[in-house]
Design a protein around this ligand. Structure first.
Ligand code: F6R
Length: 249
């Protein structure tokens, strides 16, 4: 059963989560780390870079797997998730992870790429997976009604998600309609999961998640079946959750 934790600000959340990840890497230098993109991760990665630099952290045995990548954007496109990871995290680290993997959404045979990505995840075994959440409850790009048994797959983005993410695209026609995403079954196989949410625009979905049964209507609710899932939110995202349901960090 997942537990809800609250921090004062997104920056405090970033510090808490980055310290937790760095502590894990220090204990297990070959950690397999599942990463996410999006605004929620910005304070996490900024804090991770500061802390890793000040500790001279050795990441050379770490492997990272990202959750998802858009289809139709070159890795060099500023809105691709490959570009996001390079510019928000990897380019700023003195020590580079051994491997940084994202779904290769340019692959000529995308179905084969999806199978290979799930196979690699199984082979390595995710130690810890970071997740954000969409305002419709998606995790990765697993939109409402995605099967809980899903593996890495090609996803058609919902109108809600396209609307939310169009803020990053000056030319709305460039906003992709499809992505490759880890499936919900892949995510559930991580030994530990951290779902993060910040900002008032996430308050409604977090209250819904708090109260929800486990249902495919709300993909993030699957985490209630995970033995080691923590949900960490800032004050604003927690504002509609009863205080008694929150542990203050
Ligand atoms: C990103 C991802 C998405 C985002 C979610 C929240 O790799 O898989 O599920 O985590 O859409 O995005 P932000 O953080 O921008 O609100």
């Amino acid at each position: 059963m997942s537990q809800f934790y609250v921090t004062s600000t997104p920056e405090a959340l970033g510090q808490h989560v980055s310290a937790l990840l760095i502590n894990k890497i220090q204990q297990q230098p070959n950690l397999v780390l599942g990463l996410a993109t999006g605004s929620t991760m910005l304070p996490v990665y900024a804090s991770f870079v500061r802390l890793a630099t000040s500790l001279n952290l050795d990441l050379s045995q770490v492997t990272t797997f990202n959750l998802d990548e858009y289809i139709g954007l070159l890795p060099s496109h500023p809105q691709s998730y490959t570009y996001f990871m390079q510019h928000q995290l990897f380019n700023h680290l003195k020590s580079q992870p051994k491997q940084c993997l994202l779904p290769k959404s340019q692959a000529p045979d995308l179905q084969a790429e999806c199978r290979n990505y799930s196979a690699a995840l199984k082979n390595f075994g995710l130690d810890i997976q970071l997740l954000g959440i969409g305002t419709n409850g998606h995790i990765g790009f697993n939109e409402p009604l995605t099967s809980f048994a899903s593996r890495t797959h090609i996803v058609e983005l919902s109108n809600n998600t396209r609307q939310d993410n169009s803020r990053f695209f000056t030319n709305k026609d460039e906003m992709p309609t499809h992505a490759v995403s880890m499936g919900l079954a892949d995510i559930m196989e991580a030994k530990e999961v951290l779902l993060l949410a910040t900002g008032a625009h996430k308050a409604a979905i977090m209250a819904e998640l708090y109260a929800s049964q486990v249902t495919e209507n709300l993909p993030a609710s699957i985490l209630k079946n995970h033995p080691q899932a923590k949900i960490i939110v800032d004050e604003q995202a927690a504002s509609l959750i009863p205080a008694a349901g929150l542990i203050r960090l």
